[in-house]
Design a protein around this ligand. Sequence first.
Ligand SMILES: NC(=O)c1ccc[n+]([C@@H]2O[C@H](COP(=O)([O-])OP(=O)(O)OC[C@H]3O[C@@H](n4cnc5c(N)ncnc54)[C@H](OP(=O)(O)O)[C@@H]3O)[C@@H](O)[C@H]2O)c1
Length: 291
Amino acid sequence: MRVLITGAGGQLGRALVAAAPAAATVRACTHSELDIADEAAVAAAFAAFAPQLVINAAAFTRVDDAERAAAEAARANAAGPAVLAAACRLSTAWLTHVSSDFVFDGRQGHPYEPGARPAPLSVYGRTKLEGEIAALRELPQRCTVVRASWLYSAGGGFAGRMLALMRSRPELRVVSDQVGAPTHAAGLAAVLWALSERRAAGLWHWCDSGVASWYDFAVAIGEEALKLRLLTTVPPIAPIGSADYPTPAARPAYSVLDKRATERLLAVSAPHWRSALRATLAVPGAGYPQP
Ligand SMILES: NC(=O)c1ccc[n+]([C@@H]2O[C@H](COP(=O)([O-])OP(=O)(O)OC[C@H]3O[C@@H](n4cnc5c(N)ncnc54)[C@H](OP(=O)(O)O)[C@@H]3O)[C@@H](O)[C@H]2O)c1
């Protein structure tokens, strides 16, 4: 099967390439190799490679920057998926697209099912919602959309940023009133491959099990890194409220996703985020600089 992976230079894109099944012939395109919002470039990529499956990991993911770069965010997150879906419609390719927990406003007190009403709080969330709607409208029978939350990877995302800060700062202050489910990118990549192989049309949710605040996650990163000797000491970490750490973009206070339908379909159980974190940090050569 010929598979085009877009956004291949990002943390999820790299995990998708690493998790590719042996039967897949992968063309992995980074941003500089293929801009998903460029219709002519996408058409040329389809003409040259004739993908049977497209997995889109490309996105504008800098949530705060998106507030003042709304057009750029919309180009990558909304127009890009629409362009890919249109190219898939003109061929026979299946599209697997990734979206985000930030399409929700966080006011629901229990995990969000795929059918829950989206109400994004930020430009990032709104453009991600527009992208998933465009993809599903263009390709209702041939598109998988997977919403995921709080992605991190070996060397990337929040885990990578926290480890760098723990090495350089005497103390850290981390928000404790936003709750979600940290999700390792390698696990999401495996789920994306599995849903794509099954041609599971429609909206699906995926995240690791359990819930955490960013503060809980930071504390766990420090503890696991200490055990693995990635750090020699961990600076004190203080919990703070979102009001004490104002950001340009509002974030949902609660964005745990209900992933049970995906678990049932694939007959898998999501690992607890803490064990996935331990395993991710323990990967040799994971990209975390040694102390
Ligand atoms: N990170 C999270 O916490 C999180 C949570 C939930 C869902 N997601 C979703 O998961 C997916 C993967 O995110 P990630 O964490 O892997 O993000 P990432 O590390 O920022 O990777 C995204 C990649 O997309 C590229 N890109 C941006 N605009 C593009 C365009 N127009 N055409 C082609 N490539 C483009 C970026 O390149 P440049 O860096 O050169 O711009 C980057 O390499 C995204 O759909 C994201 O919305 C992420």
